[in-house]
Design a binder for this molecule. Sequence first.
Ligand code: ADP
Ligand code: MG
Length: 452
Amino acid sequence: MKELQELWKNVLNKIEIMVSAVSFELWIEPLEVVDFPNSEKLILAANTEYAKKQLLKRHNEQLSEAINEIFGKDVSFEVLDPNEKKEYIKKNRPDTNQTIISKDEEKQNSFNQQYTFDNFVVGKCNQIVYAAAHSVAENPGKRFNPLFIYGGVGLGKTHLLHAIGNYISSEFPNLKIKYVTCEQFTNDYINSLHGSAKELNINKFREKYRLTDVLMVDDIQFISNKNETQEEFFHTFNDLFQNNKQIIIASDRPPKDIATLSDRLKSRFASGFIQDMQVPDFETRVAILRKKAQLEKYLIDEEVINFIAEKIDTNIREMEGLLSKVYFYATLLGKKSATIEDAKEAFKDDLDEKREDLNIDLIIDAVCKYFSVSKSDIVGKKKSKEIVEPRMIAIYLACEMLDLPLVVVGKSFGGRDHTTIIHARDKITEQIKESGKIKSFVTSIKEIVNNN
Ligand code: ADP
Ligand code: MG
């Protein structure tokens, strides 16, 4: 069975380069393998009667060539329309009542089955974004177009995109949905520019993206500094938008903070619905952990759940990581349910580096001392390099050494937005890797803080 699936995949790959992208998407790719009696004849099914006709009229020879090449010369094929498929199955495979390789199964697998609306815990922090995502899933292309979701790492953006995907796949099975990360989109585009048949490839790329009814692009922030990809995405966007196709975008920051995002893309995004996801409050964090434990069938004491929700408050992925960690820790000890003692032991290396008496002021003081700048400059608005660099380092240290929500860090730095905080933190994280100078600043200041 597995082998047949592999072979069929190879046939598809082969035909994909023989025919136009439109033909492939419309007539070839939807084919199902109904049966393969005596390993002699492939019984295929098209998804409509019209598709069968078109397929046989336009691509009979290519299909035959690809099958011969992949399966060997002795294999023939026959294409059925949906009614013929039903009759065939009734007659020849009544025991299983299904096809060998069916499209529905494949479709279901393309989205994470756990990332559904039902499994998404709604709190104050995300209720609007949840409602908008749900509405888009119910009425794709009709409201909130494009939908632009942004928020910090691990807050559930990808989960929501998959939830939309799962919902539309089951409620509107005829709609074509495409989910890509910005990176995939970029690579796909770059690949289409290479090779001998450049013109052909770029057309295929365009058709592939423009033939969808719902396009989702995750982590769009990575498009900054990629001018050509931006240009291409702009055209894809316009094409889909003009045809009332739904576009959904996720990002770790709002469009205005994506460096070098072209103004016209910014204004396209702004024409739809832009909504952020906030950091969840304690109750929501507990509810998310409970849900996760229930889904994974982890037996974990309530006390442990509260403990994790108290310790981690900005990143749900990190909370979930601790939850599995303590569960597996307790399981290895042969325990039925993970207790608070297990949690403390299991998280020893993750949590106890943070000193109880540490606070932002101590960090800012150390930075001021080190760089000989004033506190009012650090938290103020000056943009000169002598101030900006120490400020970013202070923000980085506040994020790294303390367990505070970004919003709180932002407040302590003159009411800065949490995205500004993320930007500074990430920039210094990068610079530490690249520059010995920044790294030594950070190490020295940490020492000052720790010895205070
Ligand atoms: P992001 O894409 O924003 O970085 P993800 O969507 O990957 O974050 O979410 C990280 C993890 O947290 C996933 O396992 C996701 O299921 C879970 N998660 C995030 N928000 C929620 C929520 N509100 N309810 C349930 N699980 C959530
Ligand atoms: Mg994500």
